[in-house]
Design a binder for this molecule. Sequence first.
Ligand SMILES: CC(C)=CCC/C(C)=C/CC/C(C)=C/C=C/C(C)=C/C=C/C=C(C)/C=C/C=C(C)/C=C/C=C(C)/C=C/CC(C)(C)O
Ligand SMILES: C[S@@+](CC[C@H](N)C(=O)[O-])C[C@H]1O[C@@H](n2cnc3c(N)ncnc32)[C@H](O)[C@@H]1O
Length: 385
Amino acid sequence: MPAATTQSERPAAAPVRRGWRERWLAFRNGTVASPAFQRWAAGFPLTRGIARRNTRALFDLCAGFVYAQVLFACVRLDLFRLLQPGPLAPEVIARRLDLPPERALTLLKAAASLDLLTRLPDGRFGLADLGAAMIGNPSIAAMVEHHSMLYADLADPVALLRDKPDRTRLSAYWPYAGGGAEVAADSVAAYSGLMAASQAMIAGDVLDALLLSDRACLMDIGGGEGVFLFEAARRHPHLTLKLLDLPPVAERARARFESAGFGSRVTCHGGSFREGILPNGADAISLVRVVHDHDDSVVEPLLRAVHAALPPGGLVAIAEPMAGTSGAEPIGDAYFGFYLMAMGSGRPRTAAELSAMLLEAGFTDIRERPTRRPLLAKLITAKRT
Ligand SMILES: CC(C)=CCC/C(C)=C/CC/C(C)=C/C=C/C(C)=C/C=C/C=C(C)/C=C/C=C(C)/C=C/C=C(C)/C=C/CC(C)(C)O
Ligand SMILES: C[S@@+](CC[C@H](N)C(=O)[O-])C[C@H]1O[C@@H](n2cnc3c(N)ncnc32)[C@H](O)[C@@H]1O
C-alpha cells in the first residue's frame, strides 16, 4: 500500500484547483499591479476616487514613521501645552521653543497637516482636535515618549522577525517579559508608572461595561499600582478589593492605597501568578492588559488558576486591546503584534481566541461586553459554574 503523502510532500506538478475567490484575487492583483491600469484608473471618473485613496494609503504607510516623529517632536517640545491657553504667532512659538524660525514653521505646518494643530487666517497656530485630545490624555504623550525604545527595536524588523534577540530595549523596559521570578524594585518604576497613567483612559470604559453590583470582592491580577481598583472602589462602595502583582509593584500599590486611606478595604499581595496558586476569597477576578503580555504556555495555566481561585458562580473579566477589532485591525495585529514581538513575550489575541481559552480552562457563560472605545480595550466576561 502506498504511504499517505502530506500536503507539503505532494508532487510539485500536481494540478491545483483554484476556487473563484482565488482566481478573482489573482486577476485583480495582476490588474492593479499594472502601471498602465494605475494611470488609467487615476484619470477615469468612476475609479479616480479609489485610485487616489489607494495612492494616499500607500504613501501614508511609507511615511508613517515621519508622522510619528512629527508627533514625537511636538511632545518633546511640549508644544500642545504651550498652545493650550490659545493660538500664538509662529515667531513667538519659535522663541518659546528655542528653535530657528524657519524650522519651527516646518514643524508647525507639519503638525497642522496632521490635524494636531490648526492655522488661523492671521497666520497664528492653535490646537486642532487631535492636539487638544493630547492635552486631555497626558498618558498619550508618555506613550509617545516611550516609543523611542520601540522605534530602536524595530530599526531592523526583518532581524526581529528572524531571530528572537536575547535583549531588546522593550524587554529591558518590561523586566517580567523574560519570565524570571525576580524583578528588582528599581526596574518596575518606569513601566508601572506608564501603566498607572494610561489606565485612566481604560478603567472607566471597562467598568462602564462590567457588572459588579452583585459581587462582594474583586481581585485585580497584575493590577499594577491599583488605578483600576481605585476606580472600581469609587463606583462600588460595597466592594472589598484585592490586588496581586509582582512584589515591588504590589508594594507601590499598597503605598498608594495607604495614602488614600483605604485601610482594610484592600489587600495587596506581592507574588507571581506563574506559581499557579492565586489568593482566594474574591468572587470576581479581573485581568486588565495582562493576558496579551504572555505566551499561551503562561496564559493557559493562569486561566486554570483563576478558575480554581473563584467560588461557583465566580466571575472573570479579561480587558485589553484585542486582535481583529473591527475598525482597529492594525492596532491589534500591527501595533501590538510588533510591540509584543519586540518585548519578547505574548501576542494580541482575538476575542474568539480568548473565549476558546476560557472555555478550555473550564469557564462557561462567556460573553463579549461592548465597551465605549473597543480599540483601547475590549471586555470578555465568563463564569465558573
Ligand atoms: C465641540 C464641537 C462643536 C465639536 C466636536 C466634534 C467632536 C465630537 C470631536 C471629537 C473630539 C474628541 C472627543 C476626540 C477625542 C479623542 C481621543 C479621546 C483620543 C484618544 C486617543 C488615544 C490614543 C491615541 C491612545 C494611544 C494608546 C497607546 C499608544 C497605547 C499603547 C499601549 C501600550 C504600549 C501598552 C503596553 C502594555 C503591554 C506591555 C502591551 O501590556
Ligand atoms: C501591562 S501591565 C498592566 C497593569 C494594569 N493591569 C493596567 O492595566 O494598568 C501588566 C502587569 O502585570 C504584572 N505582572 C507581570 N507578570 C506578572 C506575574 N508573573 N505575576 C504577577 N503580576 C505580573 C506587571 O507587573 C504589570 O503590573
